[in-house]
Write a new protein. Structure first.
Length: 432
């Protein structure tokens, strides 16, 4: 009945997350409020990690893609679960540094990293820089030289797999701002370039084929394409790449229309394919890295709002306005993503209304959902949006100078603030 296993209805008929009453949480901390279930985050980390140990056998690392939800407490949890972390900006790196996240377990991504970012990454000793292109290779080589360091690198490869259309493009144009395509020899040239640069240590290759993917075969296919490239490099350059990073993108359930695959099935199937292919090609079984983001955190989080205005336009639709919107969840405005909505204080009642959920910003497009089933809403009700743990807080913004909500975690029936609510002082903090 709920999209996430951590949601339930308690004896008061209220929605609970991790056993904690969401109406109480809204009362205690105010709304809008992000709430995460710590145990479910930990469970997901373990599912990925255990599946890798169990099925792959060889060595590997689960690297949480911190862009999905990044704050100090999240990275402490990820580290505690023996996972690594991906970062894509100086802000994410700095967050990791602030909790002494082990540098060797950090991957630094991005298609246009600045010299400032690369310098900080080198100073902190980031374990793997995922280099996007030859220009960046040269820049990194130069910065490393100035610091008298050698830098460990994965090259971002575009394997030509479109996981969403399920169309495995073998030839023709490959349109992505990220990485080097195998197709035109760009990737092979990148390898040769990396091998020629004295401060670059080429450890392996990386790819990330998309997000919210529900099939396993695109991942299997990516594994095959990447291994074939490792074999080609071995033949052409006499150099064996040690590490293969297959990225993230594992799908989750936002609404009942979604049918995600059990997390451990990915590693099971991908392991089989990779092992068989490595043997066939005569290359060593690579050190494997996967980078789940959404799948770790999205189902663990919800957002709570207070219902304000309700506007029923008989010839059009019924708007239910909440005290947040595109400032804390921009995903509907960006790409019409679907969510499951529940009136938290009426969770045991049927959803016999059909409404549009509107945010509070001065934008007609500031909506959280249209044409969604909901219990009969009244002013002051608490509206819960499910599976908002990924790409919500991390994409939150101060449009209209709206303050960012607090983030609360629940565990063992208790709750605690892990990111405090912004104040109006925070809003003007950088103003001169
Ligand atoms: C976004 C991203 C991820 C995580 O993707 P999810 O869909 O959240 O699992 C992993 N690796 C890279 C390089 C990414 O850009």
């Amino acid at each position: 009945m709920f999209v996430s296993s951590n949601l339930s209805i308690n004896e008061k008929g209220n929605l609970a997350i991790g056993g904690v009453d969401t109406v109480d949480l809204a009362k205690q901390y105010g709304t809008p409020l992000y709430v995460f279930d710590e145990d479910l985050i930990r469970t997901h980390c373990r599912q990925f990690k255990n599946s890798m140990d169990k099925y792959y056998g060889g060595e590997g690392l689960v690297c949480y893609a911190s862009k999905a939800f990044c704050c100090k407490e999240m990275l402490r949890i990820v580290n505690d679960e023996n996972c690594g972390a991906d970062v894509v900006s100086i802000g994410e790196l700095y967050t990791a540094m602030s909790v002494n996240f082990p540098a060797e377990k950090i991957c630094y991504h991005g298609n246009n990293k600045t010299p400032e970012e690369l310098e900080l990454a080198l100073d902190y000793g980031v374990g793997r820089i995922v280099v996007d292109n030859e220009i960046e290779l040269e820049l990194l080589n130069k910065i490393a030289g100035e610091k008298g360091k050698k830098v460990n690198v994965l090259l971002r490869i575009t394997p030509g797999i479109d996981a969403h259309t399920h169309d495995f493009i073998k030839t023709g144009k490959i349109d992505s701002k990220f990485g080097m395509t195998i197709e035109f020899g760009t990737a092979m040239n990148g390898v040769k370039k990396a091998l020629s640069l004295e401060n670059i240590v080429l450890e392996g290759i990386h790819c990330h084929i998309g997000s919210q993917i529900f099939q396993i075969d695109p991942f299997e296919h990516a594994g095959e394409v990447m291994l074939t490239f490792i074999s080609d490099v071995k033949k052409e350059c006499g150099y064996e790449l040690k590490t293969m990073n297959l990225g993230g993108g594992f799908g989750i359930m936002y609404t009942e229309e979604d049918s995600p695959v059990a997390y451990d099935l990915y590693m099971k199937k991908v392991s089989d394919v990779v092992k068989a292919k490595a043997q066939e090609l005569g290359v060593n079984l690579p050190y494997i890295i996967i980078e789940p983001g959404r799948s770790v955190v999205a189902p663990a989080g919800i957002t709570l709002y207070t219902v304000g205005g309700i506007k029923d336009i008989p010839t059009a639709r019924k708007y239910v306005s909440v005290d947040g919107g595109m400032t804390d969840n921009i995903r509907y405005a960006l790409y019409q993503s679907k969510y499951d909505f529940i009136i938290a204080n009426k969770a045991n009642q049927p959803k016999d209304d059909n409404v549009t959920i509107a945010g509070r910003c001065c934008e007609s497009g500031d909506l959280l959902g249209e044409n969604v089933p909901l219990q009969k809403a009244e002013v002051s009700d608490i509206l819960a949006v499910c599976a908002t743990g990924a790409y919500n807080y991390s994409m939150s913004n101060n449009y209209n100078r709206v303050r960012k909500p607090a983030v609360v975690m629940v565990k063992d029936g208790n709750s605690r603030v892990v990111v405090r609510r912004e104040t109006v002082e925070d809003i003007i903090r950088c103003d001169i």
